[in-house]
Design a protein around this ligand. Structure first.
Ligand SMILES: C[S@@+](CC[C@H](N)C(=O)[O-])C[C@H]1O[C@@H](n2cnc3c(N)ncnc32)[C@H](O)[C@@H]1O
Length: 124
């Protein structure tokens, strides 16, 4: 019997219906994509996400002025060249998330290359 709280399911997040969950974790997924594709991904998560469920993004955060976080800026350039994506600031993540019904956006700088952005899905 599987008692793990984590369930991994294969699938294409642009095509397959996402399974219901209490928490969705997107680790270094959003930074691969330009805004229009990020909206598509967030919209699909929001459709499967019950009110009160969480969405945790794990990404490298830029500072709001895009001047200070040099490693993140370099990584952002790398994402742009390789994938057409980019790194984003806390404000940019908040704006993207709120457009898909996610609120209470909390940001944690974890002290390494990756940071955390946690948001909660509000009612439909
Ligand atoms: C930058 S990697 C991050 C992998 C992992 N989450 C991590 O943090 O190590 C991006 C991942 O997105 C996956 N991916 C790209 N397009 C996808 C899609 N349409 N559906 C599901 N996964 C996809 C890629 O296969 C790749 O594993």
């Amino acid at each position: 019997m599987d008692v793990s709280p984590f369930v991994f399911k294969p699938g294409d997040f642009f095509r397959d219906r996402l399974p219901p969950a209490d928490l969705y974790v997107l680790c270094q997924i959003v930074h691969d994509w330009p805004d229009d594709k990020v909206h598509e991904i967030l919209s699909r998560v929001a459709q499967s996400c019950k009110p009160g469920a969480g969405l945790l993004l794990v990404e490298t955060l830029l500072d709001e002025e895009k001047r200070e976080a040099r490693v993140a800026l370099l990584q952002s350039l790398n994402m742009l060249v390789q994938m057409g994506g980019r790194e984003r600031s806390p404000g940019e993540y908040q704006c993207l998330l709120e457009q898909h019904g996610f609120c209470q956006v909390q940001v944690a700088h974890l002290g390494g290359i990756l940071d955390a952005i946690l948001a909660t899905r509000v009612g439909p």
